[in-house]
Write a protein that binds this ligand. Structure first.
Ligand code: AMP
Ligand code: MN
Ligand code: MN
Ligand code: MN
Length: 291
């Protein structure tokens, strides 16, 4: 974990430890929502959001546990979007998790995953790795949310690769032969669901997208026009150089800045919950008016 141990202040040091991006077994994390809450608290997180992919099903358990432990809980989700032929992740924060349009939109976004998982199994079989669909299913805690991560865990267990990162590098990354692309939600829909439910929309880990400079400008402009307000600056998915670059982008566009580990698993994640450096002082955090 390259970011581990860099940041461990709590409320009593005036700067709250805020982690607004992580996953549970409701999507592709390995810990239950309650166990993610426990780990966040043990790591000194004061303000915490669970952001499962295309799901809000873990938020009730996460919120109840967080409040028992004395953390501030923020509702969250990470919506899969297709924009200019690539997948972009939009984190929603602080919305009404019972909002009917949001719940229906996320349900629809999850809808194609079952068929895609079967096709991914076929692809991997053609590549000499049979039984991956059946093998991945037991790794999925939510039958509506079978993801590439579950396939990756199975392929490690079956001995095809030493770790999940290698599976993505060789077989399941966006440009790899085992990846079956999806048509996810539109950017307008994702931002609309989040904002319509009273939340804030944030572009997750912009450093991961392979857009040209012109495309990034177009993405940011369109996102702002749709009512999006933030980008992740400090995330386990960014290198320190990428974090510096996107801090500049936040200044240039007037984005609110977010911080989140993108924690999935103690063994796989680059950053543990609450363990990232703080945001640069001059940026306006997405939580600036929450407390
Ligand atoms: P899916 O939504 O099924 O396409 O799976 C996307 C998930 O796979 C992401 O949320 C990450 O957890 C994981 N993932 C995607 N690309 C990579 C990568 N290059 N390295 C490691 N994990 C990745
Ligand atoms: Mn994931
Ligand atoms: Mn993501
Ligand atoms: Mn994530």
């Amino acid at each position: 974990m390259q970011w581990a141990g860099l940041y461990n202040r709590g409320m009593n040091n005036a700067v709250p430890n805020v982690d607004l991006h992580c996953h549970s077994t409701v999507s592709d994390g390995v810990l239950s929502p309650a166990d993610v809450a426990q780990r966040a608290c043990a790591n000194g997180v004061d303000v915490w959001a669970l952001t499962d992919h295309d799901e809000v099903g873990g938020l009730a358990q996460a919120g109840a546990t967080a409040r028992e432990l004395g953390m501030r809980f923020i509702t969250g989700t990470e919506v899969s979007v297709t924009w200019a032929g690539q997948t972009v992740h939009i984190v929603g924060l602080g919305f009404d998790a019972a909002d009917a349009a949001l719940v229906a939109g996320l349900h629809k976004t999850r809808g194609g995953r079952a068929e895609r998982a079967r096709r991914m199994g076929e692809r991997l079989a053609d590549m000499g790795m049979p039984g991956a669909y059946e093998g991945a299913l037991p790794f999925a805690g939510n039958p509506e949310l079978v993801s590439r991560t579950h396939f990756a865990r199975y392929l490690v267990q079956a001995g095809y690769c030493p770790d999940v990162q290698t599976v993505f590098n060789k077989y399941l990354g966006d440009d790899c032969p085992g990846h079956v692309p999806m048509q996810w939600a539109s950017l307008a829909d994702a931002v609309g669901w989040i904002v319509g439910a009273g939340g804030r929309a944030v572009i997750a880990h912009p450093g991961r997208y392979k857009y040209s400079a012109l495309q990034f400008d177009a993405l940011f402009d369109e996102f702002l026009q749709l009512g999006g307000v933030g980008i992740e600056v400090t995330t386990g998915s960014h290198t320190p150089d990428e974090a510096r670059h996107y801090a500049q982008v936040a200044r240039r566009y007037g984005f609110l800045a977010s911080r989140g580990s993108d924690f999935h698993s103690p063994r796989e994640s680059r950053a543990d919950l609450g363990a990232l450096p703080p945001l640069p002082d001059d940026l306006k955090p997405v939580w600036h008016d929450w407390f």
